[in-house]
Ligand binder design. Structure first.
Ligand code: AMP
Length: 306
């Protein structure tokens, strides 16, 4: 009953109004698998790095019960590198550098021991690679969640649309939902995306929370108002990882469980932004997570009296 996570495992260099990092470990699959590890302990990762990627970082993933048999290390090649600079609002950023390196020729090989996974998280990667992973699984997982970004809409829209058709849940941010659908209203955008294949669409709105759409139902989750957002990098991947990790823990795929999964994903994302990169995600305790989830409940709970 495992959860398979694919996506980038990378080096990031980040600039925010609060500071700047040299190359630190990032990547969609790193954030997503770390987040999921707080809910579920049968996680397997398929990704690729170069020989510049520290072995200690791979061991750290293993300490979080993440199986790295499917993490390819390419000798003589460099890991994927991404660099971004956040604007003062911390909600928008410019990509400064995207060096695909090993990702440019990534062939996602699925180890035999990874077959029969029940949950699949397609983290941010080329949609062609995401689709190849689905095709290489001998049995379709019971839940496929896909994350993507504007980069792929700009350069590989046809492949992206073909992959979206195959998944159950698409997570996407507000600007990307507008770009993909051509609709400004997020309700209209989500309805249009629901006709493209996924049965559930989650629109992430950064500091304004997230919306879940399914058939004619909508659920709105808040984001925790934080006094300081230090580095939003990976918040979306962390959200998605927390979301699918929680779904794997509870098992039944339905709208009510997804509502809770969104709250748990949002809670993990609220930790992620407190420090640079994956730092805050490495040593969370169950008590910290429970307290944070309770803050979400208190934040949005109210009784209506007539
Ligand atoms: P997020 O802030 O959730 O959008 O995710 C940021 C993470 O995505 C960073 O750690 C990057 O390494 C990774 N990333 C950025 N661009 C890409 C890309 N084109 N393909 C795969 N991963 C990417």
């Amino acid at each position: 009953m495992s959860l398979l996570v694919i996506g980038s495992v990378a080096f990031d260099a980040i600039e925010t109004p609060f500071g700047k990092t040299d190359k630190i470990v990032g990547g969609a699959a790193t954030f997503a698998s770390l987040a999921a590890s707080y809910f579920f302990n049968d996680i397997k990762i398929v990704a690729v790095v170069g020989d510049d990627f520290p072995q200690s970082e791979i061991e750290d993933l293993q300490k979080h019960h993440i199986n790295t048999e499917g993490l390819q290390v390419k000798q003589g090649e460099k890991s994927f590198f991404w660099s971004g600079r956040y604007h003062n609002d911390m909600n928008t950023r410019d990509t400064l550098v995207t060096e695909l390196n090993v990702l440019g020729t990534f062939d996602p090989i699925i180890p035999e021991s990874y077959q029969n996974c029940e949950y699949l998280m397609l983290g941010n990667l080329s949609p062609q690679v995401q689709q190849t992973v689905i095709q290489r699984l001998t049995k379709r997982p019971k839940l496929i969640v896909m994350d993507t970004m504007n980069f792929w809409m700009d350069i590989a829209l046809d492949e992206l649309l073909a992959t979206i058709k195959l998944v159950d849940v698409l997570t996407i941010n507000d600007a990307e939902a507008r770009q993909l659908s051509g609709e400004f209203s997020l309700v209209k955008a989500a309805r249009k995306i629901l006709t493209m294949g996924p049965k559930f669409v989650i629109i992430k709105k950064g500091e304004h929370g997230a919306l879940l759409f399914h058939e004619d139902k909508i659920f709105s989750a808040p984001a925790l108002p934080l006094a300081e957002v230090f580095d939003p990098t990976g918040a979306g991947d962390t959200f998605a990882g927390g979301f699918i990790g929680y779904m794997a823990k509870v098992g039944a795929v339905n709208f009510d469980n997804m509502k809770n999964a969104i709250i748990f994903g949002s809670a993990l994302a609220s930790f992620c932004v407190e420090k640079f990169g994956t730092e805050r995600l490495r040593n969370l305790t169950p008590a910290e997570i429970a307290t944070r989830v309770q803050e979400f409940v208190t934040l949005s709970q109210f009784a209506v009296t007539a």
